[in-house]
Design a binder for this molecule. Structure first.
Ligand code: SF4
Length: 465
């Protein structure tokens, strides 16, 4: 291999380095980041990108459905949600979703196999079992799902019935992601998310029984009233459930975007930065000691899980749902706030439910913001995604892929990595760049050096840790 990976036992986290590089940075679920999408929509450019994407023919599709409803608000939440207790609201939403799928499908090459489906939210299990069956029928009747399709769904264990699990399985769902966040009762009260451990155990049992192949758990560190010790107990409790994957998110405190979060400041409940770092370090140590592989950027997976396999085989991909295995797929998003991504464009739907509905009622795709990528954007996207997913740049491979000598194209950026190399975050050689294990926790900082759009704006992005 041109750029050998370090195979020795992973060294402990270098907390001084993480402190030094814990600066606001994009998460690079896309490049350019979603903050660069614009309401000045280049309709012609989007049309050309859509035609080019259809012409690619054989490449797979990835579908995302955003189901925004939640029964109550978790005060830390940064998602696009609609809090409601009305029982008819999801049925009406499905009416509109059917309109959107019909409009988009008329413009898509439906002969392409679907390699991945993801139901996200909000709370997909806000929908009743019958509504989930209706959504499953819409997906299966419109698109050509590959027999090996990874069909994932985000699940709130507080609102899950056995009938919903059966409906999801009957629709083809085979992966689940459970929001747990923290198991400590005091923290749960502080974040307005009461979730007894029994509900988590019940959800795991039902999903395993129904044949779900991979179950992920979402945890958040840095929440109000958390301590290093309490978060350690959360990790231990969650490990006893034996999840296949874990997502360990850093709480993003952005009250200027999510005013609900201001309550944590008023109550003086947020843990200090050092404690937050301690939580990450402890969680990292516990998960790797338990045999989980650090996939990078908050994700951990068992060695046999397809995410860990994809990392080993260098087929890992990064999209708006984080890391995934659907490399090379075009993503089509449906529902309020969802994002579509093809080789040449990004398109985001209206975040406001009424505006999304109004566009559909008028027979228009409900696009609020978009971006047509320039050739430079596309090349930088390839470089940044290689760093984020493979933790390396192989100059020969990348130059062949891009049809340009990347050492010439990015000469200034490569030369500008000396400080990161001196700190041991990466190694440069004539063959390429390799991010070291010390650099993995701050991968975004390495990627940022190739980001032509980055403007240092502390209020635009969350801290690395
Ligand atoms: S964390 Fe999940 S359940 Fe809570 S408000 Fe956000 S989307 Fe809804």
């Amino acid at each position: 291999m041109i750029l050998p990976q370090e195979t020795a036992a992973r060294p402990p986290l270098d907390l001084d380095l993480i402190r030094k590089y814990s600066i606001p940075a994009p998460r690079y679920t896309s490049y350019p980041p979603a903050t660069r999408f614009t309401t000045e929509i280049d309709e012609l450019g989007l049309e050309r990108a859509a035609l080019a994407d259809n012409a690619r023919g054989a490449g797979p599709l990835s579908l995302y459905f955003h189901l925004p409803f939640c029964h109550s608000a978790c005060w830390y939440c940064g998602c696009h949600t609609v809090i409601s207790r009305r029982e008819d609201i999801a049925g009406r939403y499905l009416d509109d979703l059917e309109r959107e799928v019909a409009l988009a499908a008329a413009r898509m090459n439906l002969g392409r196999p679907v390699a991945q489906v993801h139901l996200g939210g909000g709370t997909p299990t806000f929908l009743t079992a019958d509504e989930l069956i209706r959504l499953g029928a819409l997906i299966n009747q419109t698109f050509l799902l590959d027999p090996d399709c990874e069909f994932g769904v985000e699940i709130d264990p507080r609102h899950l019935t056995l009938a919903q699990v059966a409906a999801l399985a009957a629709s083809g769902a085979n992966r689940a992601s459970l929001g747990i966040q923290d198991t400590d009762p005091a923290v749960q009260l502080a974040i307005h998310r009461w979730q007894p451990a029994e509900l988590n155990r019940q959800a795991f049992g039902w999903l395993r029984e129904a044949g779900f192949r991979s179950i992920n758990v979402d945890l958040i560190y840095g929440l109000p009233l958390q301590t290093v010790e309490s978060f350690g107990r959360t990790i231990d409790e969650v490990l006893s459930l034996q999840p296949d994957r874990l997502s360990l998110f850093s709480y993003a405190h952005v009250p200027w975007l999510k005013p609900r979060q201001i309550i944590f400041e008023r109550r003086d409940q947020l843990p200090p930065a050092e404690a937050k770092l301690g939580m990450f370090a402890l969680a990292h140590a516990k998960l790797t000691a338990a045999g989980y592989i650090d996939i990078g950027m908050d994700h951990f997976a068992r060695p046999g899980d397809e995410l860990a396999v994809a990392q080993r085989e260098r087929t890992l991909h990064r999209s708006f749902q984080g890391y995934s295995t659907a490399a090379g797929a075009s993503l089509y998003g449906f529902g309020v706030s969802s994002i579509s991504s093809t080789a040449g464009s990004y398109r985001q739907n209206f975040k406001d439910l009424a505006q999304w509905r109004a566009a559909l009622a008028a027979g228009r795709l409900p696009t609020e913001r978009a971006l047509v990528l320039t050739a430079d954007d596309q090349r930088r996207r390839s470089v940044i995604m290689a760093l984020m997913c493979q933790r390396q740049l192989n100059y020969a491979e990348l130059s062949a892929e891009l049809g340009r000598d990347v050492t010439v194209e990015f000469a200034a950026e490569i030369a500008g990595l000396a400080d990161l190399e001196a700190d041991g975050l990466l190694v440069r050689s004539p063959a390429g760049i390799r991010v070291t294990p010390r650099g993995v926790p701050v991968l975004r900082v390495v990627a940022m050096r190739f980001d032509a759009t980055f403007v240092s704006a502390p209020r635009r992005h969350a801290q690395v840790i």
